[in-house]
Design a protein around this ligand. Structure first.
Ligand code: NAD
Length: 285
């Protein structure tokens, strides 16, 4: 009889393969964690044993649901409201986390947004808002987390590093994107910010890395996948022939945050089904 091969992990949403206790005793802050990639990442960190702060800017109910899902793993979680582009709110959020959770070991600077427009029509407000949230927001959260990493230093029983920062970038840190100049510029900025911080902070045993998702099924890009025609168009850009799931990114974040990847410093992990492989050249160019 023909042997059945389980291909579920390669054809659809990846199975949960997260080892429980991988991040036991660690405290994680995930920004923009009540939706999409941030939500899946917060849940995955909890599944791996971390206590998790679920940051949100709007949508308390959704944030509470994420907290509930995480605490079901037997770890702590709490929802903190803060606009990542507001310095006072970010400072207050990290201070509260240190007070209530004791410290911070992992920051996933995930919050992000799009305000798309053709270039001649793009307003300064659209440009500024996206830069404020996507780039300045990561700067502020990374800076405040770093202060705590430096204060506390390495606790060998918890992790080999004094802290881990994961910047949520995008394939658009290297792929230009017409009609989205604010977004692409913000992610290009994230790449250089991440690499500079990694260089500056590595001697202090702080690991800074980024994840560059390709096309992931979340509310931010609904137009790109929510009709069969749109999805077919999108799949032409993805050699692996499926749209990504938030869990794909969550798994990468858990890996990068863990000591399994202790020697990974200043790297962007592209989690994109091959989108950055110039798929247009697959048939000869
Ligand atoms: P999403 O819209 O589902 O989630 C974005 C989250 O960020 C939401 O929770 C939103 O409330 C939050 N947010 C927005 N402004 C904020 C602020 N000022 N303060 C705090 N939180 C704020 O979209 P997503 O796809 O899950 O996006 C998450 C990250 O992944 C973003 O940085 C995005 O650029 C990046 N990304 C997504 C894709 C994709 O295909 N979905 C691809 C590449 C990169």
């Amino acid at each position: 009889m023909e042997e059945k091969v389980d291909v579920s992990a390669t054809q659809g949403v990846p199975r949960n393969v997260i080892p429980a206790h991988l991040l036991k005793g660690q405290k994680a802050l995930v920004t923009g964690a009540n939706s999409g990639i941030g939500r899946a990442t917060a849940v995955a960190l909890g599944r791996a044993g971390a206590d998790v702060v679920v940051n949100y800017v709007a949508g308390r109910e959704e944030a509470d649901k994420v907290v509930e899902e995480i605490t079901a793993f037997g770890v702590r979680a709490a929802a903190y409201e803060a606009d990542v582009s507001n310095e006072d709110q970010v400072v207050a959020m990290t201070e509260r986390m240190v007070e209530e959770f004791g410290t911070i070991d992992i920051l996933v600077a995930n919050a992000g947004m799009q305000r798309d427009a053709a270039f001649p029509e793009m307003s300064l407000a659209q440009w500024q808002k996206v830069l404020d949230v996507n780039l300045t927001g990561q700067f502020l959260c990374a800076r405040e987390a770093t202060k705590e990493f430096l204060r506390r230093g390495v606790v060998p029983e918890v992790s080999s590093a004094a802290g881990k920062i994961i910047c949520m970038s995008s394939v658009h840190q290297i792929i230009p994107w017409a009609g989205h100049v604010n977004y692409a510029a913000s992610k290009g900025g994230v790449q250089m910010m991440m690499e500079t911080l990694a260089q500056e902070l590595a001697p202090k045993k702080i690991r800074v890395n980024a994840i560059a998702p390709g096309a992931i099924r979340t509310p931010i890009n609904r137009d790109a996948w929510d009709t069969p025609d749109a999805e077919k168009d999108l799949l032409r850009l993805i050699p692996y022939d499926r749209v990504g799931d938030p869990q794909d990114i969550a798994h990468a974040a858990v890996g990068l945050a863990s000591d399994l990847m202790d020697y990974v410093v200043g790297t962007t992990l592209y989690v994109d089904g091959g989108m950055t492989l110039f798929p247009g050249f697959a048939t000869g160019g």
